[in-house]
Design a protein around this ligand. Sequence first.
Ligand code: 5AD
Ligand code: SF4
Length: 454
Amino acid sequence: MEAGREAATIATARKRLHVITWGCQMNVYDSGRMADVLAPLGYEPAAEPDGADMVILNTCHIRDKAAEKVFSELGRLRRLKDATDGRMILAVAGCVAQAEGAEILARAPYVDIVLGPQTYHKLPEMVARAARAGGAVIETDFPAEDKFDYLPEKAAPQGIAAFLTIQEGCDKFCSFCVVPYTRGAEQSRSAATVLAEAKRLVDQGAVEISLLGQNVNAWHGTEGWGLGRLLRALAEIQGLRRLRYTTSHPRDMDDELYAAHRDLPNLMPFLHLPVQSGSDRILQAMNRKHTADEYRAIVGRLRDARPDLALSSDFIVGHPGETEADFEATMQLVRDVRFAQAYSFKYSPRPGTPAAGAPQQVPEAEKDRRLQALQALLREQQAAFNASCVGLTMPVLFTGTGRHPGQIAGRSPYLQPVHVMGPSDLIGTEQTVTITATHPNSLAGTISQERRRA
Ligand code: 5AD
Ligand code: SF4
């Protein structure tokens, strides 16, 4: 009893940090690193924003009404801040902060800190300045220094399947995309720092690492390495059973990378390779710098290198100028390639991007119709891919318990959720599973060969 009361007293003396994360896996990673940066100041993770000492809203600007969504969430957080008599520090981070920082401070003056994705290493200093100044602090410049050089060595463990950002930003300037403006120019971390962080993650229990970057296969280490070479070096790390990388651009697939898919058993046979459109005319308007047939050829090379490889992609329907014939070319590309999984979106004009001001915007109703047709085809292909897994035996990395008692849950090489009946001490291990059934969003199976932890 006494010990419990003491622990509770200490806990309330600590500061509580709640981070809300929207958007891509890079934002999930960034949120983790922001928490790491604030840990030395005494901030500990809080599951709920109510009563927290600091709340960070890590935002995404990629599509749709990003700013409106931020302002409506800030309205909710303002009430929670008021309930703490204004003590709660409210920070807006991420790509909306980068693109609309001044607007945020004008419309939501109760926000204390606005910071872009390249400045979160400065958070402790910003927290101190916010406390001193009693006014808002904004940091949305692209600093000359590299934030990765300023992040603490110590980081909270990420668990069995970890993310590791190796590259950030983008120089490709696709017509529709805000990333080159919000995340800035392409920047790679050195191979040495990536390898050191990967080893630390594995020491902390990671069995799988997903390398992240907006243009991850454009990664080039200061050592003159490309991604294929980095994957080879990472594959040597003892205890690291699975490697992935996302998101890639078709233009940056190179010989070394095909060879890595051919040679590395722990490089998972699943690749997210956005194509956006199957029409050469629209690909050109999008500034993608490749044709639909070049994409087909890349897929062919990948499948030659690794016959069990499956693909995922991103598609945009209704880019300015897209005709019915262009859309049909996209449908044909999907039929030709056959995707295991995909994301598809209606084109959404992003302020400041070339396509936003282009004539020939496609009417909303037409975008809706095309999206529905495309999604129906993609759903069919996903269901067919899942069905083709029934009867197969594949390694599954177990990461947690399932919803039903006695069930454990994990991921297939293709990132499909897999549920089996099995003991919870298999969590954290990879087991050979025979797939017995498909459900709409997952697979079921039985462990066919149990391997205990080494
Ligand atoms: N409108 C719709 N979709 C977009 N994406 C990026 N920008 C836009 C936009 N303006 C999609 C692309 C990209 C994915 C992350 O988001 O398909 O690959
Ligand atoms: Fe955006 Fe990707 Fe194009 Fe870069 S390559 S501009 S991140 S869609």
